[in-house]
Design a protein around this ligand. Sequence first.
Ligand SMILES: NC(=O)c1ccc[n+]([C@@H]2O[C@H](COP(=O)([O-])OP(=O)(O)OC[C@H]3O[C@@H](n4cnc5c(N)ncnc54)[C@H](O)[C@@H]3O)[C@@H](O)[C@H]2O)c1
Length: 257
Amino acid sequence: MDRLKGKVVIITGAASGMGLAGAQLFAKEGAKVVATDVVVDVLEEKVNEIVANGGDALAIQLDVSQPDSWHTVIEKTLEKYGKVDVLVNNAGIHIPKGILEAELDDWNKVMSINTTGVWLGMKAVIPHMQKNGGGSIVNTSSIAAIVGGFGDGHGAAYSASKGAVRALTKHAAQWFGEGNIRVNSVHPGAIFTGMVEKAGIKTQEEMGTHYEGRSALKPYAGEALDIANAYLYLASDESKYVTGLELVVDGGWTTRS
Ligand SMILES: NC(=O)c1ccc[n+]([C@@H]2O[C@H](COP(=O)([O-])OP(=O)(O)OC[C@H]3O[C@@H](n4cnc5c(N)ncnc54)[C@H](O)[C@@H]3O)[C@@H](O)[C@H]2O)c1
């Protein structure tokens, strides 16, 4: 119950999917949760539910691609909670266009949220973690950073953006380890979330039928909580000697030849 007791955790993309599951789980585990998202009305509704269930949480609007938006989040977090222990850079978008179909605007949009947003988040919190004697940063990548094909949903910019997150995580793990700041990436496989619902798939089982045989584990698609549990491990002190890790949560997809 208290795996994050007293820790101040900022999580991005917390109005839906893995980010929402993470915010709910962190609150249950005793964290003070700063839940952020570009979609503020749904976010506030979800945060009110967390608080009604006894959690300590604050909703703040954030567009991860905008430096000023990050400044506001840091300011409000310090004002309410006084420090930042954990950042989960979870927000992301997918545009299903390959190299030939994508336009420059598609490319720039995906990169600005999925990659630039992760860099801006780390840039915003690291000075405060340094002052605080350390911290944990969890960056959401994807199996698209490891394999091509179905695993990237035919998104050229998406694959590139998630590959960049994988490399940036290792860069940060090396350069900030001395300051006791741990930086790890999580690589989800096919996971049923709002992102998938937007593509017209209605249930986890239905998603699994599209990917049958790709993962080793049934129902061939995971749920948001599977990823939230990975976030929890990396956010908590249980992973205090873990940095630069790629934690793959894909039901075995990437281990198949
Ligand atoms: N669902 C999958 O199968 C899958 C697989 C691999 C990786 N991922 C990654 O997992 C992460 C979470 O995705 P999800 O499936 O839960 O998606 P989701 O669409 O359910 O949730 C993503 C959240 O990010 C928010 N967001 C979008 N743009 C933003 C911005 N500019 N600033 C702040 N918030 C913004 C959205 O409003 C949404 O609430 C993403 O980084 C995604 O790329 C998902």
